[in-house]
Write a protein that binds this ligand. Structure first.
Ligand code: ATP
Length: 365
């Protein structure tokens, strides 16, 4: 097992800066996820850790050891690729044994190790099957077994579930987590799927355009996003333009632009830095944090609006409410009575002060 440290890492391809000024410390035994949209630099970063690319600038360390220019075969990392990269003409056994043969391990030891790892991924009865005769989920398990059999210090998984259907993806998530805990192996998982990242990871790094915007636990990233890009990438969110009114000890009072309604916001420092009055900020709240009532309400942070549309999803209802010129999304979990919620009817929304976040706005309008 090893920790991984990236120090000021940059990778360019011609004029394209694929990854820039990246500083990351991944702890021993951690399940760490790189999350971001297509082309944001996740795979490039993973490949620099595997040794398939060398950084243009910066240092890659495993523990204290400088690995920046060490070739892949000398790194003791196991990798699972998006398309599995299995040898289709070989059996399951031969695919998994391949890495051990290359390392000139004696054949009895190869047999034992392949047998053990196939048991772990629950494929022990498939040893003699050609991989071309396996289902997608089974091929995925072979790819995992092939990465794990060499007993790597670090496991690298590049969008390993993207070729599977939704149900199988759910099963394989649990399977991967079980294997990671069993082997207690430092793991980096690349995905653009926020639900996958939130549900599997110890910590997540959120990337966009080659830049890492935030590193934190799923809870921190969801509840205390570093900026509007992270907030909207990691889940649904309402953004509300506002003007700052005044700052009182614990609370900031703001006025919604286009409206005359006041909101107070608990003063929350983000990234351990207090924000300043001249920073470009935006007010944000998650749809499930808004309380909705069909009865008139008064009080702090109550907004009056009209239902614009309503969508029923079984476990939740998504309601769009027009408040003056702003549309707010509200998610209600399994309401007992839907008949009172009708299009065009008046509703009152309470935005609890401790669920509102003021966050830096980095993206354009
Ligand atoms: P995806 O989720 O689509 O795989 P990604 O986040 O993994 O995307 P990267 O593959 O790391 O993104 O690519 C980052 C940027 O670097 C992109 O603009 C991409 O076009 C560019 N890039 C990646 N590899 C190369 C290469 N070998 N040559 C030139 N440009 C590259």
């Amino acid at each position: 097992m090893a920790s991984i440290n990236l120090e000021n890492v940059q990778k360019t391809f011609g004029k394209v800066i694929a990854v820039d000024q990246l500083n990351l410390q991944i702890r021993e035994g951690e399940f760490f996820t790189f999350l971001g949209p297509s082309g944001c630099g996740k795979t490039t970063t993973l490949r620099m850790i595997a040794g398939f690319y060398y950084p243009t600038k910066g240092i890659v360390r495993f523990g204290e050891k400088d690995m920046t220019r060490v070739p892949p075969e000398k790194r003791n990392t196991g990798m699972v690729f998006q398309n599995y990269a299995l040898f289709p003409h070989m059996t399951v056994f031969e695919n998994v044994a391949f890495g051990l043969k290359v390392r000139k391990i004696p054949s009895t030891e190869i047999k034992n190790r392949v047998h053990d790892v196939l048991e772990k991924v629950r494929l022990d009865t498939f040893s003699n099957r050609q991989v071309s005769q396996l289902s997608g989920g089974q091929q995925q398990r072979v790819a995992l077994a092939r990465a794990l059999v060499i007993e790597p210090e670090i496991l690298l998984l590049d969008e390993p579930l993207s070729n599977l259907d939704a149900k199988l993806r759910d099963e394989m998530r649990t399977e991967i987590l079980r294997l990671q805990r069993d082997y207690h192996i430092t793991t980096i998982y690349v995905t653009h799927d926020q639900a996958e990242a939130l549900s599997m990871s110890d910590r997540i790094a959120v990337f966009n355009n080659g830049v890492c915007h935030q590193i934190g636990t799923p809870f921190e990233i969801y509840n205390e996003p570093a900026n509007d890009f992270v907030a909207q990438f990691i889940g649904e969110i309402n953004f509300i333009p506002f003007e700052m009114d005044k700052i009182k000890e614990e609370k900031i009072e703001v006025r919604i632009i286009q409206g005359n309604q006041s909101l107070s916001v608990k003063r929350i420092p983000f990234n351990d830095v207090e924000f300043s009055m001249d920073e470009k900020l935006i007010l944000s709240i998650r749809p499930e944090s808004i309380k909705l009532s069909t009865q008139a309400m008064e009080g702090e942070n109550v907004l009056e609006g009209k239902i614009e549309s309503l969508q029923f999803f079984g476990s939740a209802v998504e309601i769009l409410v027009k408040v003056q010129d702003i549309t707010l999304k509200v998610n209600l979990l399994n309401p007992a009575d839907l008949s009172v919620l009708k299009k065009e009817s008046m509703v009152w929304l309470e935005l609890p002060a401790d669920r509102i976040r003021l966050i830096p706005k980095i993206s354009g309008d």
